[in-house]
Write a protein that binds this ligand. Sequence first.
Ligand SMILES: Nc1ncnc2c1ncn2[C@@H]1O[C@H](COP(=O)(O)OP(=O)(O)OP(=O)(O)O)[C@@H](O)[C@H]1O
Length: 278
Amino acid sequence: MKPLIKLEDVYYKYSDQQEDEWVLNGVDLEVKSGEFVAIVGHNGSGKSTLAKLLNGLLIPTEGKVKIGGKATTNQEELWQIRQEVGMVFQNPDNQLVANIVEEDVAFGPENLGLPPEEIKVRVQESLELVNMEEFTRHAPHKLSGGQKQRVAIAGIIAMLPDCLVFDEPTAMLDPVGRKEVIETVEYLNREEGLTIIYITHFMNEVVNADRILVFEEGEIVLSGTPAKVFSRVEEIKELSLDVPQITELAYYLKDEGLDISSDIFTVNRLVEEICSLG
Ligand SMILES: Nc1ncnc2c1ncn2[C@@H]1O[C@H](COP(=O)(O)OP(=O)(O)OP(=O)(O)O)[C@@H](O)[C@H]1O
């Protein structure tokens, strides 16, 4: 099966950068349809730039970005690519455009020129998918951060994309909002089969991803399942990143000689492992 997303030797630099100063430095990547891929890396490592390349907001300086076989460098296909790859950014306030939730979600489909009956169905279904159907007639500015972000997600999925790219969608939210958003993302991936690219600084948000890519200076320096990536505690720390606290605790307990697994992401699992030691 062809990958949904393919990056072929992608280099990127902004116009004000020096000749040899690459923000992305030869990135090769394939993402299959239905995969949940997390991207982590410290500030300035190129994550947001990569996100913007995925739906043609930016075009590679060198190399190619292909979505379902279509290259973002091909102007005629860009419109199609932008429908297939939906973007969700950090600040929900910047993504909400209307005064009533249902009008906000309808904005994208209306711009596609769809018939009103179809728009109505899409709005209803999208709000149900993010668990916000009770707020159809509410004013978006009166919602909590997590609720606003879920309305923003509904507005994107009403366009029926194949892939959702999240660029630090929980950075401005409190712990409750963060939980709401990550549960919604996981649900859309697991139950609706949407392909997810999820950029974050919070490692505990991506323990259920299929794959984690660690970025450093515009390159993928580490990749694999959460179990594989998080077991490299020292390497991750050298990159100024954190592993989930509970994984780190398990790592040091194991280092002290406790016979437990290295892929522990939850408190319950650590408790079980320790109790089973007898
Ligand atoms: N519009 C721009 N013009 C010039 N340079 C930029 C622009 N946007 C980003 N950069 C530079 O590109 C590099 C990568 O930035 P990018 O935002 O992709 O990193 P990031 O990993 O997403 O960082 P963060 O975690 O802080 O969001 C940084 O050095 C940044 O200063």
